[in-house]
Design a protein around this ligand. Structure first.
Ligand code: MIC
Ligand code: MG
Length: 313
């Protein structure tokens, strides 16, 4: 946990660190982590980069994933995840919260908040989860203009263009859009809601030399594939966007039901992260020790110890 207590704060910009991970052999695994705590737990499990899902951030605010979340809402989430983990984070930028200038504002704001990468999608508002029906698509050239705007604004942010076109325009439409977005300056492509292994393979075959992202969301149109299977199909990144939120939500639902039913939490204790585990995860005692060490270092010479402690706090 590098924030405040750590001495291992990364020097390189987040986008450069994301690129370095992508340059290594093997698929880059990006589990969804929508809060600082989720980020610490994912990092503890060994993940080296994280994904921040618009669906999870919205749902965590009690809102549907229809593009109502704002740049500032998302920056608040990015800051906590980036500070807590210091890992490179890929952030869901939805449709860019407006047109070209809004996209440029988003890129700068996300970079300032600590993001490493963003994905931008070719839907119109109200945007939808890519695995639902009746999505309204943007004109491909309007989307390309947004990609070009993002490219112009970015300093280090890695830029992924997502196309939602497979359902309505078929594979040919999705590939044509992806090519246009690469020409406009995207670093990589996220083909959304492909439904068979053959579709994933075909898309990869038709986008040679382009880094691709696979979305392994549950309860969607994509059947379960493992990270290795996506890698073998030609994908450079995989996200599990909403999984942590889904598991946490289910656990909370059971907890509230238990309190209502049992009159207390006593039957749920063995399902809980203990106080010790919580403190270990957030390194509570290291913050305390840091505070104590700082108080000692400001004791002026000759001042009695008790007075000095009071003065230092
Ligand atoms: C990846 C995604 O954009 C997200 O916000 O996490 C969603 C995930 C989901 O709703 O399951 C998506 O549109 O696929
Ligand atoms: Mg999303």
């Amino acid at each position: 946990m590098p924030y405040v207590i750590g001495e291992d704060l990364p020097e390189a910009p987040a986008g450069a660190r994301f690129r370095a991970l992508l340059d290594r052999p093997g698929i880059l695994r990006l589990p969804g982590a929508h809060t600082g705590m989720a980020a610490l737990l994912a990092k503890g499990a060994g993940f080296e980069a994280l994904y921040m899902s618009g669906a999870a951030m919205s749902a965590n605010m009690g809102l549907p994933d229809l593009g109502m979340i704002t740049v500032d809402d998302v920056c608040w989430y990015i800051r906590q995840v980036a500070r807590a983990s210091a890992l490179p984070v890929l952030v869901d930028g939805d449709t860019g919260y407006g047109e070209a200038l809004n996209v440029m504002h988003m890129v700068r704001a996300f970079e300032e908040a600590g993001a490493a990468a963003v994905h931008l999608e070719d839907q119109l508002l109200p945007k939808k989860c890519g695995h639902l029906n009746d999505k309204k698509l943007a004109d491909p050239h309007d989307m390309a203009a947004k990609v070009a705007a993002a490219r112009k604004a970015r300093r280090h942010l890695y830029l992924i263009a997502r196309t939602d076109a497979a359902a309505s325009e078929g594979m040919d439409g999705a590939v044509a859009r992806a090519k246009l977005y690469i020409e406009a300056g995207a670093d990589a492509i996220f083909p959304e809601a492909l439904v068979t292994a053959e579709m994933f393979r075909e898309f990869a075959r038709r986008m040679p030399g382009v880094k691709l992202l696979a979305n392994m969301t549950e309860f969607g149109r994509t059947p379960f594939f493992t990270d290795r299977e996506f890698e073998e199909m030609g994908y450079a990144m995989v996200i599990w966007p909403v999984s942590a939120l889904r598991v946490a939500n289910k656990a909370m639902e059971e907890l509230y039901a238990a309190i209502g039913r049992d009159g207390g939490t006593h039957r749920m204790v063995d399902r809980m992260q203990t106080r010790a585990e919580l403190y270990e995860t957030i390194r509570y005692h290291e913050y305390e020790a840091l505070d104590a060490s700082l108080v000692r270092t400001v004791i002026p010479e000759g001042m009695p110890q008790r007075e000095a402690e009071g003065a230092g706090r």
